[in-house]
Design a protein. Structure first.
Length: 383
């Protein structure tokens, strides 16, 4: 029985690897075609486009691994059934439970590999790819609005309570992590505007904060119901606006280049560690975290989809060759993978619109497919 297990492992692993490499090649070709329109722009050459496409390969590997596991397992089991090898295995004592155990060990290896790609390899490669391309074509990064990127930041008093609220607007995030054209709007606890600061550029110094250059700080007087009349009657006194100019200023903030880097990469392609810290930042600043929480839970659940997909492939081993050729079974597996991918994306959008719990949005598609796989396997075996 050990020999049969090793034979199954080898067949399934080699088929899955072949399918995975084929899918990565197809997606890399599509990426390269998309980059051809920018070749020649600001010195962006074909070789640089190839490097950019290569840096995207780890992210595609992570995303395609469950689909490759499904198609590869279907192919391996269907080939064994077509050659009557699976029939001999069943006669030799290969029960459904033992077959599931053998497939499970292969799927656990793919799960571990998916976690390695999703957490260690793909996120820095994606970040490097975006920085490399932006540096090559001279483009700004992370521009969500015409005015640039907007981020909310809070300062805290000694007792830990929020002291002031700051809205930070930057026009350009450079590939090296520096930021250009700052505008900082600072409000007091009563949400009254207290100061407006601008800076031409800023670079982050770890442990110290942002070193802003060419700073112009406009401090506004504290105006409320009691001082409004006095300010109107005595302009130019202690209630006047004060403008301070500094060539350099060390600006303390919880914002880091990593937070700005989140704006460069899609949430689904960030590591769980980066998502967790960015969610904490948004929570502290009383901002919505739904999209990033869904992405975090999907990062935790997605590698486990390899187990679900390989369980879904098990019934194909029990289908007789006359019930469908190997190519038809593979086509069915491809369609199942495409439907699952579309359903996964659809649930993410529906979850954001309807504010469903993130853990449900991330885990429900895989759970539904697992129930279908187990039900189909039970039906095929009992019929």
């Amino acid at each position: 029985m050990r020999t049969l297990r090793h034979y199954l492992w080898r067949e399934i692993a080699s088929a899955t690897l072949f399918v995975l490499l084929s899918l990565i090649g197809i997606f890399a070709l599509f990426d390269l075609i998309n980059q051809l329109g920018d070749v020649g722009r600001s010195g962006y050459q074909f070789v640089q486009a190839l490097i950019f496409v290569a840096l995207l390969a780890p992210a595609h590997t992570y995303e395609l691994m469950p689909i490759a596991a499904l198609i590869g397992t279907i192919y391996a089991l269907s080939k064994l059934a077509a050659n009557s090898e699976f029939t001999i295995m069943r006669v030799s004592g290969m029960t459904t439970r033992r077959l599931a155990d053998a497939v499970l060990w292969v799927s656990l290896g793919l799960v571990a590999l998916a976690y390695v790609f999703g957490e260690i390899i793909a996120p820095p490669a994606e970040d490097l790819a975006q920085r490399f391309r932006s540096r090559a074509i001279g483009a700004a990064i992370g521009q969500e609005f015409r005015s640039g990127v907007w981020v909310r930041d809070l300062t805290h008093a000694a007792d830990g309570r929020p002291d002031r609220t700051r809205f930070v607007n930057v026009a350009k995030v450079n590939p090296d992590g520096s930021v250009d054209n700052w505008r900082i709007f600072e409000f007091d606890p009563e949400l009254r505007l207290r100061s407006i600061s601008t800076a031409v550029s800023g670079s982050y110094e770890k442990g110290r904060g942002w070193l802003l250059a060419d700073v112009v700080d406009t401090e506004l007087p504290p105006v409320d119901a009691k001082t409004d009349t006095a300010a109107s009657a005595a302009p130019g006194t202690q209630f006047s606006t004060r403008v301070v100019r500094e060539p350099f200023r060390l600006w303390q903030s919880e914002l880091t280049p990593a937070i700005f880097g989140v704006l460069m990469v899609q949430p689904e392609r960030l590591s769980a560690y980066s998502l967790y810290h960015y969610i904490n930042h948004l929570t502290e600043n009383h901002q919505r975290t739904d999209r990033y929480e869904i992405a975090l839970w999907k990062k935790l659940f997605y590698p486990l989809v390899c187990v679900v997909m390989m369980a879904l492939a098990l019934p194909f081993a029990y289908l007789h060759v006359r019930a469908g050729t190997v190519s038809l079974k593979i086509f069915t597996g491809i369609m199942i993978g495409v439907l699952f991918y579309a359903m996964n994306k659809l649930f993410s959008h529906l979850g954001l619109i309807n504010t469903w719990p993130p853990v449900v949005v991330a885990g429900l598609p895989a759970f539904v497919v697992l129930i279908i796989a187990l039900g189909t396997l039970y039906w095929v075996e009992r019929r």
